[in-house]
Write a protein that binds this ligand. Structure first.
Ligand code: BJ8
Length: 422
């Protein structure tokens, strides 16, 4: 890290000793998994830098922003409209955690058989290890899966910062109406909380900013369809993970610079792996940072991950918000409509998701799909069975968590699956 942030971490009440241990482990994992990759694009240097400063410079930026009156809004789900947060000049940060940290502390409040993502965000907070949670002024939850809904009640007792949006379970006319009302309520909540009015001008500007970020991520996703593939799945995953933390304008610029370089690689026929390397699409539960386990397994087994049908992936950027609105009301309608297209497994029925998997598989020329569910994530575990039955292509269904205990076993299964593709 560029400087000593200890006073900042201390002021946030972090457990400095444990935090130092966490940063050491993360830095070692990053060295082993990321920096050991060959042939990485130059443009990844920016993202390496962001990771090296993820608890440093970015936290300082949030702190400085707060001094200037900005509010930091934490979220756990791609259903929470980023446009509204930006329209009130707020900072939108993802709070999902992807490491096996603080499970024991979390299990004092929630059952053992809770998915790793929920356990980790509780665990990070309870262990005094998450500067992002400490920086937030408001934390926005949503009624998606049962685990999250109930965990938010407990998280509110711990943080006293929760606001929960009601997400319908279906997508009928009455559900759309409910959801639009929820988006209006969220707009009013943000206006009251920040003292800033959402106007046509700031809403439009926010919609354009978020769309530009999505377009840059779409551009990166499309480049992964080439063979040889110009960027590893690990690196593309990292960019997607950082999209939930970084300043959106700077991030968009850096992703587009990376894409310029990748286009040049494609023109020259250069790639990170040899042409003809088996190509895998991963589909399922989200990959919160620093969950790199499955990508590391696939890419150290002689294949490449070419896409993520996931919230840390296509589900986050597939659809744009129609930014051609000419009133705040119409803008809200467009935003509500865009978010309701997201095909989370928490919805029933959820017919679009198998179609999206098929579309991605074709577009990215993937030979096989690995369906990844976090253990105890009922919505995705259930859908995996259904999708497997419909799949007329090689399909591997796995369930795992954040621990490294099953690394060897998973690697054996992935290698056997890749053999069938060859
Ligand atoms: S839109 S996937 S971000 S809810 S992994 S906590 S579902 S038990 S994270 Fe999600 Fe929004 Fe849906 Fe996406 Fe529950 Fe499953 Fe855990 Fe999950």
């Amino acid at each position: 890290m560029a400087k000593d942030y200890t006073p900042l971490w201390q002021s946030l009440g972090l457990d400095l000793h444990k935090h130092e241990g966490l940063l050491t482990v993360l830095s070692e994992a990053y060295q082993n998994i990321y920096l050991s990759q060959k042939n990485r694009p130059e443009g990844m240097k920016y993202f390496d830098f962001v990771i090296s400063e993820v608890h440093g410079l970015r936290i300082e930026e949030l702190y400085d922003g707060k001094q200037q009156g900005k509010k930091v809004i934490g979220t756990f789900c791609v259903y929470v409209p980023e446009e509204l947060v930006l329209a009130v000049d707020g900072v939108y940060v993802g709070l999902c955690a992807g490491a096996d940290v603080g499970s024991e502390e979390a299990e004092r409040f929630i059952p053992r058989n809770t998915c790793a993502l929920i356990k980790a965000f509780m665990g990070f907070k309870l262990s005094g290890l998450c500067p992002y949670v400490e920086m937030t002024d408001l934390i926005v939850g949503e009624t998606t899966c049962d685990g999250k809904k109930k965990a938010y009640e407990i998280f509110d007792e711990i943080t006293k910062k929760m606001y929960v949006m009601e997400i319908p379970n279906m997508k009928n006319a009455s559900d759309k109406e409910l959801w639009e009302k929820e988006v209006i309520k969220f707009k009013e909540k943000l206006e009251a909380f920040t003292g800033k009015e959402i106007t046509l001008e700031n809403l439009k500007k926010a919609a354009i900013t978020v769309n530009q970020k999505r377009k840059a991520l779409q551009r990166l996703a499309a480049l992964r369809g080439h063979d040889p593939v110009p960027i590893s799945g690990l690196d593309a995953l990292l960019v997607n993970q950082i999209s939930f933390y970084d300043d959106p304008i700077r991030f968009t610029q850096k992703v587009n610079e990376l894409c310029d370089e990748l286009e040049e690689r494609v023109r020259k026929g250069e790639g990170v792996f040899p042409k003809g390397t088996p190509r895998i699409l991963i589909s399922g539960s989200p990959f919160a940072i620093p969950n790199w386990k499955l990508h590391a397994i696939v890419e150290s087994s002689g294949a490449v991950v070419v896409g993520e049908e996931s919230c840390v992936g296509a589900r986050n950027f597939r659809e744009l918000t129609d930014e051609s609105f000419s009133s705040v009301q119409k803008g809200i309608e467009n935003i509500a409509a865009r978010y309701l297209t997201i095909d989370c497994a928490c919805f029933t029925p959820n017919r679009e998701r198998p179609e999206h998997i098929m579309e991605m598989k074709e577009a990215l020329k993937a030979q096989g799909v690995i369906h990844y569910s976090l253990q105890f994530c009922t919505p995705y575990m259930m859908e995996a069975f259904k999708i497997e039955k419909q799949a007329n292509f090689p399909f591997l269904r796995i369930e795992t968590d954040y621990s490294m205990e099953d690394f060897g076993q998973l690697k054996t299964r992935v290698e056997a699956f890749l053999e069938t593709l060859r």
